[in-house]
Design a protein. Sequence first.
Length: 218
Amino acid sequence: MKNIAIVGLSSFGFYLCRKLSAMNYNIMAIDIKEELVNQVKPYVRKAVIGDAKDKAFLQKLGITDFETVIVSVGNKIDSSILITLYLKELKIKEIIAKAVNEDHAKILDRVGATKIVFPERDIAIRMAHTIDNPNFLEYIPVDEDISLIEIGVPSKWVGKALSELNLRSKYGIQIVIIKELIPPRVTVPTGDFILKDSDILTVIGTNTQIKEIQHKLD
């Protein structure tokens, strides 16, 4: 079972603790604020009050026993950089750091973060796309030019097999997952799958292709 330490219990860190613990990871949570540590105690194996900017404190905690450390210290850019640097010096294999802007991300990368995330930015982008495209139930960018979207089944597609719709040839998109509500299950579809009006489709394509099909969903 993977051991994960989470440094910083802002909303992002708190919900990470809850979700990863529910997925049966061994979690150690660290924050300098007692109230935040107490809040997360019911969900983690170990919750510690302390200053992660103190390298000796990290060593005493046994941070090197953790394969992955997530640095989530809110908007304290200087703190996150220093903590990331110490984790790198302590030879932590995977250091995932939360960044608040591009310059912050560049510095985190240089001092040793193996992965950098922008949770606020990414949520804002996803929300903007779902507002701009009301037919999209979810929008997830895969890279700069490719995205995944969740959509309901357009009325023109109901009752038709995927092979009949020939979406890849016509629009360049591909349905990779179908969430069936009746009966409830998740399917990786084949060409003979018949679409129902209750299905939810996960579609992958370039941003241009996805923009084009939004006009065909009504």
